[in-house]
Design a protein around this ligand. Sequence first.
Ligand code: PLP
Length: 397
Amino acid sequence: MIDLDSTMGKVKPSATLAINELSAEIISQGKEVFRLGFGQSPFPVPTKIVEALKKNAHQKDYLPVQGLYELREEIGNYFKRNYQLQVNANSILVGPGSKELIYNFQVACSFDELLLPTPSWVSYEPQAFLNNHTVKWLPTLETNGWKLDPKALEEHCKKDTDKKRVLILNYPSNPLGNTYSDAELEDLAHMLRKEEILVIADEIYGEVHHEGNHQTIAKFYPEGTIISTGLSKWAGAGGWRFGIFVFPEELTYIQKAMAVVASETFTSVSAPIQYAAIEAYKEDESLKEYLNASRKILKAVGHYVYTELTKLGVTMPKPEGGFYLYPNFGKWKSQIISKGIDSSEEFCQILLNETGVALLPGTAFGHPKDCFSARLSYVDFDGEKFLVFMRKHPETK
Ligand code: PLP
């Protein structure tokens, strides 16, 4: 028999997969599942972008590895308009999803430690393992909304000052649903600069902050920040697979290394998608209206679920952006444990089996198994219907 080593041993079986499989089994028995474990935008892709895709269905050529120049120029304009950042078209790389770009980064670069605040998105750690990178989870406190405190960063770096480190900081957060204020980003930026840590700012939910303005840490730490974003969350186009990395001048050597990996793997993002994405990043009233309505809807639903759970005694950060809440059922820890349930994973499986409610266990996001937190996604609703309502009643708060 041919006996090859495979990646299987490097990556733990995914909790998402386990919950998805159990959900499918329950549905096949004719029972209802409340799909609160999934993180897909509930809204349709804006008509203007769909029309652009249709118009460009005939585009068939391989495109430049970095992405169409016209597209990168438009993305640069978007960053100038929204964040007052001077982003040159040449310091942008597009890829088939930001997930692919974060992975590509890990292929292209050597470093000693990938730092992840606890909890962080499910895919960062497996991606690191697939590339033989060491992951260090940084502790956070529930009383601080599970957000990274610069002191935890400093404490960690004290252990070995010579290590080359990369931090992935995601805000608005999956799974937390909260975000960082300008002052918090500024404090973190100060520490990152002091410790010479490169940060990948995963801002894929940046456009779906609920109110005010989303801020980027690149504003405070331009020389050490790579911004990661894309079309998946704000434009409802996850399946289109379109992501963006924005580099500062100082880090364009990383962009070049990533372009080499890209040219030997995915080659370029699908041509029709790139032409359609040009329209997505142009200033446009219909897109502004779509985004404002999406934000209001997400805020209303998120706050409703937050308020109802809070009444029951469940604790969690207040929703500020994105699609999620991170309820902590720790109040009932002794009752849960007395039933023989000793991990958030088992808790979520039993919850799904007995009530049809699908949540993702905190262990999937780096929390220890006895931290009874789980991710609740509140976007299992018909976003198109809500958008039609908002269009008719734009005054709705
Ligand atoms: N980062 C976070 C925090 C996410 O939640 C997701 C998608 O779920 C991604 C990145 C990947 O997004 P994309 O569709 O651009 O690959």
